[in-house]
Ligand binder design. Structure first.
Ligand SMILES: [Zn+2]
Length: 100
């Protein structure tokens, strides 16, 4: 379970039966719990507002690499937890649910 700053979003995604593809320390010790969902977050500012998440704690993280994968989601700066989705620039983005 991710920290209290992110858990509202995690709960909602699980409730909507969005598939989790990975859960754990994705980038080593700098991470506590990162959860990867099979969807694309197209407007995270709006998602944070909608769920009344603490925007002081969270930051949008976006990574699009050719070799080390791609991801786009929210990281909690205090707890080092994160919720990630597929990067909107992914070649296969058409296959995934767009989430706001
Ligand atoms: Zn947190």
């Amino acid at each position: 379970m991710t920290c209290k700053h992110l858990s509202k979003l995690e709960q909602e995604l699980i409730h909507k039966a969005i598939k989790i593809t990975y859960r754990g320390q994705a980038w080593g010790d700098n991470c506590r719990e990162w959860v990867y969902f099979e969807c694309i977050f197209v407007d995270l500012e709006q998602t944070m507002k909608r769920l009344e998440l603490n925007q002081e704690k969270l930051e949008i993280h976006s990574h699009y690499g050719t070799h080390d994968g791609q991801e786009h989601g929210l990281v909690c700066k205090s707890c080092k937890d994160a919720i990630m989705g597929i990067h909107p620039a992914s070649m296969e983005q058409g296959k995934f649910l767009k989430y706001v």
